[in-house]
Design a protein around this ligand. Structure first.
Ligand code: SF4
Length: 321
């Protein structure tokens, strides 16, 4: 096991609303090894995007710690040292709303370079932005002076990626970077991300609801359900031997292409019901109202803790107590 670049310890993020306290993230812990990608997977409402937003500093944690390169950075964004802000970047789900429509692409991609004083002259800025646009396969001569409104969804997301890597970060959070895009463009963006991860030896957190994406992108997978992590494993182990009933349910609905993949799919567990409310999560195991293996008197009362069942494979389920 290599050195950790990110350690998330007992992280909680609660929001107060007129309906009650939303426990979006409720005591989760995980690590990302330097140079690797952790895939954070879950349905809508599982807390995966909130986790990314807390790590990048958009929301302060309610409790718990975020340790980055050995330093505690569990403070709001404005209190983080500039060096840390430069080193952790995020690519958002909807590129249209994260790019200023009034600015030209040179100024959007170049803004972090100016903020962090990484260029001194206009020529230097244009040269760096050109290189960044080439990295995401947008020819600078065609794109530098255009505005986001002139671009398609995939091109906008490529601009967001160029902006995110402008400061040469060591950690990037990708929050569902392809879910707002046409299927035809998704593969192109994923390839651009894979290339950049390789070239820059990036460490990342890749947030998605799409399990099949995880195989190519991540070295480890963590599954979230209603604010909790229910399973963590190396990606290969995860696909060959999913242990948590919720993970099995997610995998059983993933479309497959080959007979071998079909054989590996968990059988006998169908996708039923919907994720519960993070304001009043079910007692005991939060998945118990949907779980075909729920043990009466146990799963509806006692919360299962995340335990290491085999080296590197953690599961929170009473079936493995
Ligand atoms: Fe199902 Fe019980 Fe395991 Fe929860 S703890 S996943 S309800 S068997």
């Amino acid at each position: 096991m290599g050195e950790y670049i990110l350690e998330v310890r007992n992280l909680k993020k609660y929001f107060q609303t007129s309906y009650g306290t939303v426990k979006a993230v409720d005591d989760i812990s995980f690590e990302v090894v330097k140079g690797t990608t952790m895939g954070l997977v879950g349905e809508s409402g599982s807390g995966k995007s909130t986790t990314g937003h807390v790590v990048v500093g958009l929301f302060p944690p309610t409790a718990g710690k975020i340790i980055f390169k050995g330093k505690d950075i569990s403070v709001p964004l404005e209190k983080r040292p500039k060096k840390i802000k430069r080193d952790i970047q995020m690519v958002f789900q909807d590129p249209a709303s994260s790019l200023n429509p009034k600015k030209i692409i040179r100024d959007i991609v170049g803004l972090p370079l100016l903020v962090h004083r990484m260029v001194e002259t206009r020529e230097e800025l244009e040269e760096k932005v050109s290189k960044l646009l080439e990295l995401v396969e947008l020819p600078p001569e065609d794109y530098m002076y255009r505005r986001p409104g002139d671009l398609g969804g995939g091109e906008k997301q490529a601009v967001s990626i160029a902006r995110a890597i402008a400061t040469n970060p060591s950690f990037v959070i990708f929050d569902e970077p392809t879910s707002a895009l046409d299927v035809s463009i998704q593969a192109k963006i994923i390839n651009a991300i894979l290339d950049i991860q390789e070239k820059f030896k990036l460490s990342s957190l890749f947030i998605t609801h799409d399990l099949s994406l995880m195989r190519n992108i991540s070295s480890h997978v963590a599954i979230m359900y209603l604010g909790k992590i229910v399973e963590i494993a190396p990606t290969e182990v995860f696909f060959q031997k999913p242990m948590h009933p919720y993970t099995q349910m997610l995998l059983s609905s993933v479309p497959v292409l080959t007979k071998e993949e079909e054989e590996l799919k968990p059988k006998g567990i169908e996708s039923v019901g919907e994720i519960g409310s993070p304001i009043h999560p079910p007692k005991g195991c939060r998945f118990h109202p949907r779980c075909p293996y729920a043990i009466k008197g146990m799963c509806d009362k006692k919360e299962p803790m995340l335990k290491e069942i085999e080296p590197g494979h953690f599961v929170a389920c009473h079936l493995y107590d």
